[in-house]
Design a protein around this ligand. Structure first.
Ligand code: FPP
Ligand code: MG
Length: 344
């Protein structure tokens, strides 16, 4: 149910990438969000300024704050209030904290084409900067309505649970269902929070808040599946890190789970302890096999399924009349299409 990828009446439509680029022009307030984020990097302990600034300088799509801003505008917010800037900044700060902690857990040397904060500053400083950012995020959102504070707490709990399920349960015990539970908790929870906050701060009805939350969550699940696919199909220059990391780390990504379930004998090695002497060859052979396998098609189908649920919920939240969408409403559909187009 992707909406706008095909030509209409023979007139070529802009690509999802072009529509996404246009979407960004509708939220110039993202610069204010960035300033708000930076304003929290205040401490007389130099490392607590330096490490967050380093991670922020590595860039990123800022997809979560963009979602919060676009959702509030698409639901009719007359202006971007301080509250929406605060929560958009808070959500990105939480995301940054999770990346710091995740790179420690994964012992990941690279993030966004550069040494990760963990590789550059070591575990203690990076761990504590993550704590610092998380606390700053709560400082920003604690001034907001109770339902936003509770939704933020819930998202953070799910982040921790998702990451714990990923590392604490052996790969052989995972199923497609548990893999999707992890994606929902470790990735989709913040997307859901961003969309919910956009609706909540625009005085939307409970039904619209629920539909927007479902839109954000389904988009987040699709986003994580797409990340899993790109880990196989993409290259280092595009990804900003080596491909095949999910294979090397024996992650319960949807791709790994589907590959094991496919019965391919080569996949069974994922369930054995890795042998450092042959590991690199195994990762490369696995990538070659997966790129030519039906596992990729199955994963793409799953990503499309969740993108369709996102599309349906977004359409409902915006009133169901797709013929008279605001530019911001149209931009939210462009975000879904752009996410999917990365793997089409
Ligand atoms: C990246 O996964 C990791 C996450 C999306 C979530 C990480 C969550 C935690 C570390 C829990 C800590 C929670 C708080 C609130 C600070 P990935 O390793 O698959 O992706 P990557 O390739 O970007 O590293
Ligand atoms: Mg990681």
């Amino acid at each position: 149910m992707t909406r706008s990828l095909q030509d209409q009446d023979g007139i070529p439509q802009p690509s999802a990438k072009e529509r996404f680029a246009h979407a960004l022009t509708l939220v110039p307030e993202i610069a204010t969000v960035e300033t708000r984020i930076r304003s929290t990097f205040k401490s007389d302990v130099a490392l607590m300024r330096e490490i967050p600034e380093y991670l922020l300088s590595l860039g990123g799509k800022r997809i979560r704050p963009i979602l919060a801003l676009l959702c509030s505008k698409a639901l009719g917010a007359a202006e971007t209030t301080d509250d929406i800037v605060d929560i958009a900044a808070g959500i990105e700060l939480i995301h940054m904290a999770t990346l710091m902690h995740d790179d420690i857990i994964d012992q990941s040397p690279i993030r966004r084409h550069q040494p990760s904060a963990y590789a550059k500053y070591g575990t203690p400083g990076t761990l504590l900067s993550g704590d610092f950012l998380l606390t700053r995020a709560f400082g920003l959102c604690s001034r907001l309505e109770r339902e936003i504070i509770e939704a933020t707490e819930q998202a953070c709990i799910e982040l921790v649970e998702g990451e714990t399920l990923e590392i604490a349960v052996p790969l052989g015990e995972h199923t497609t269902e548990s893999s999707l539970t992890i994606a929902t908790r470790k990735t989709a929870s913040l997307f859901r929070l961003a969309a919910f906050c956009g609706a909540s701060l625009t005085d939307s009805s409970d039904t619209v808040k629920e539909q927007m939350s479902k839109f954000g969550e389904s988009l987040g699940i699709a986003f994580q599946i797409i990340d899993d696919i790109l880990d196989v199909t993409s290259d280092e220059a595009t990804l900003g890190k080596r491909p095949g990391i999910d294979i090397a780390e024996r992650k319960p990504s949807l791709i790994n789970i589907l590959w094991i379930a496919s019965g391919d004998p080569a996949a069974q090695r994922l369930l054995l302890p890795s042998d450092p002497l042959t590991e690199q060859a195994f990762v490369e052979e696995s990538l070659a096999k997966l790129r030519a396998s039906s596992v990729l098609l199955e994963a793409k189908k799953a990503a499309r399924h969740h993108a369709d649920i996102a599309t349906q919920n977004l359409a409902q939240a915006l009133g169901g009349d797709l013929a008279s969408l605001t530019p911001e409403g149209e931009a939210l559909f462009a975000v879904i299409d752009f996410a999917l187009e990365r793997v089409l």
